[in-house]
Ligand binder design. Structure first.
Ligand code: NAD
Length: 254
């Protein structure tokens, strides 16, 4: 029960890494608000957590929309009677280069994957200051620390997440706000499975991605949730501004 008494909001919590994080946080004693564009999926996951004995509510929210984000934070704060932890995890994948990525797709990926975090933090920051502190966790990516061919918008957004994390950590430290991010390698979630399905040879693509990780395989959502659990817990009370790489060794030799 490493998060007993804590209240957490997880965006993109209906699927993949967010779903595993919400589930693990609840299993460790946190009360969890699961927010997702897929509101029905968020409700269903909250119900599954409650069936396992946890405490969770689902919320429909679009992190790409200022008013929706404000309403998400209000509703989560009200439902959980405050918040201690926010996991800014919702994002979309986008393939494309400066040649092939249309300007509106560039704007969209930067908005959903980066500006949404600014937006959510802006909504919660004064409340954390008034409460004497809080923990902000962001899902970045190895794509934010190494160049990824063909992923110009996504990688630029994730690099922005890493730097926004560090800047917020510096400014939040004096008021008890810790800010960290996790940089996962490839993790077996619907986001990645959809990518494989779009390739000419999905099995070959999967095998190549597995082989790119020195530990021989992609990660599992629960392995990223474990990193978030550490960063959210009091064991990480002296950790802020860090970008924790969890990638099966993918970037170790680069
Ligand atoms: P996923 O597609 O399984 O889950 C993403 C969730 O975000 C979905 O439930 C989706 O409905 C939600 N979402 C998308 N747009 C939203 C919006 N505008 N408002 C609210 N919710 C929205 O993907 P995942 O792999 O679990 O990705 C989670 C995070 O991990 C993302 O930030 C992603 O960039 C990051 N990440 C994933 C991998 C990977 O290999 N899977 C690697 C590194 C980083």
């Amino acid at each position: 029960m490493r998060l007993a008494g804590k209240r957490a909001l997880v965006t993109g919590g209906a699927s993949g890494i967010g779903a595993a994080t919400a589930e693990r946080f609840a299993a460790e004693g946190a009360t969890v608000a699961i927010a997702d564009l897929n509101g029905a999926g968020a409700d269903k996951h909250a119900e599954a957590i409650r069936a396992q004995g946890g405490t969770a509510v689902g919320l429909a929210a679009d992190v790409g929309d200022v008013e929706s984000v404000a309403a998400m934070v209000d509703r989560a704060w009200e439902a959980l009677e405050g918040l201690d932890i926010i996991v800014n995890n919702a994002a979309i994948p986008t393939m494309g280069t400066v040649e092939t990525l249309a300007a509106d797709e560039w704007d969209r990926v930067l908005d959903i994957d980066l500006s949404s975090i600014y937006r959510t933090c802006r909504a919660v920051w004064p409340r954390f200051v008034a409460a004497g502190g809080g923990t902000i966790l962001n899902t970045a990516s190895v794509a934010g620390i190494i160049g990824m061919a063909g992923q110009h918008g996504y990688s630029a957004a994730k690099a922005g997440v890493v730097m926004l994390t560090k800047c917020m950590a510096l400014d939040g430290a004096a008021t008890g706000i810790r800010v960290n991010c996790v940089c996962p390698g490839f993790v077996e979630t619907p986001m990645v499975l959809t990518y494989f399905d779009a390739q000419d040879d999905p099995e070959a693509s999967r095998a190549a991605v597995n082989a790119a990780h020195p530990l021989g395989r992609m990660g599992q959502p629960a392995e990223i949730a474990a990193a978030f659990l550490y960063l959210a817990s009091d064991e990480a009370r002296w950790v802020t501004g860090t970008a924790l790489v969890i990638d099966g060794g993918l970037t170790a030799g680069l």
